[in-house]
Design a binder for this molecule. Sequence first.
Ligand code: HEC
Ligand code: HEC
Length: 367
Amino acid sequence: MIYAVTTERTIGLVLFAILMVGWIAYVFVNIRQSKAEQGSDVELAPNRKVMPTDDEFEGPRLEQVQAWGVLFLAVIGLSLPIYWLLEPGRQDGALNGFEERAISRGETEFVEGFECANCHGANLAGGSTQTIIDIPRNGEVVKVQVNWAVPSLNDVFYRFDTDIDDPEDSTEVRSILNFGRAPVMPAWGLPGGGPANSQQIQDLVEYLWANQIPVEEAQQAWSDRFQTLRADPENSAKSNGELLYELHCARCHTPQWSAAGNQPQPTGVDVEISPGENGAGAYGRPLNASSLFEQFPDVADQVSFVEKGAVQDAAYGERGLGNYGMPGFGDILSESELRLVVNYVRTLTQTPGVTGEAGPETGEASE
Ligand code: HEC
Ligand code: HEC
């Protein structure tokens, strides 16, 4: 077995060596000084000497010994509580060091090991990546090279596992890392057939968790993105609910949303990718089917679902569906924005005449 060389080990070995040398020296000197035996040991035992009287023994000598006793007791009595007081700090320090090392390992994995930063951006603010997707063309499936939008991760814990104060609450992010996100992000964890073991997944989770921006900043960033969309004349015909859907939901619920636009091909001929119908379903379930009204007969239940998101392996809605992957939007969107986007989604149904509980779009999209 190989032991690591630590400072403690070195100090221990040096002390041991000093004690051994001292002990050997003591034995040696003792043997040298011992006197040869002479005569009867009753009369002339070498250790015989005149001892103090009883008075002396039970007086100053006893008090001296007792004083030493009290002194040592005081030392122990003081040092134990001090040790006890400092112990939590020492433990916290050990834990912090442990966490800091995990975060820094996570950073290395994020930037170099698994190159997450290539797609998600070095500052976790999102980016894009090139990938090949299948799209239907003239009744056939063809392969097209596209730039695919990649989500920000500096706010991922406000969407998934939304108890931002609890680093242990990371089941959903862990599942996303383990199993990837088809079609673009591969599985990273061993359970999904990826290269990262559970310790590396843990390091990545800790790194992401340590790099979340404050919630006000995240809200402001999304609000700015919304205002940019709102200010675009191309969007003037769209309601706030529709824009909120496109900003927050389309990447998962509208086919090919993240690749929409003009896509230059290696052949030199550009291909225009238009996303599928809003709510037709992609990674997230279809939202344009009347079954949505069976799932959430009451619009309030749908608002509450979109607010909290899916909880891993917990059933939701009337039909008791549920796996994971639907983020919660309660940290980022206001109550009225949640209602706007839900009401918009309830207008997507492909069944004419079925409007469910969807009311008119009321309320303003505040930040
Ligand atoms: C090839 C590009 C690419 C790489 C490399 C990559 N990702 Fe992703 N990741 C994506 C895309 C794209 C999505 C969104 C899914 C989609 O649009 O299909 C995503 C989604 C995610 C999500 C869910 C975020 C959300 O809000 O939906 C997390 C968490 C995540 N990635 C973490 C990581 C980590 C950690 C690594 C490195 C181990 C990594 N990703 C590497 C492209 C990538
Ligand atoms: C990161 C991808 C993702 C984003 C972004 C997303 N969803 Fe989802 N959504 C899902 C997944 C996955 C499910 C299925 C969850 C499950 O089965 O546990 C789902 C389910 C739903 C359902 C329930 C559908 C049903 O039939 O049960 C509704 C409603 C919904 N999403 C609305 C929204 C709205 C509104 C937004 C935007 C504010 C949104 N989603 C953003 C992935 C996403």
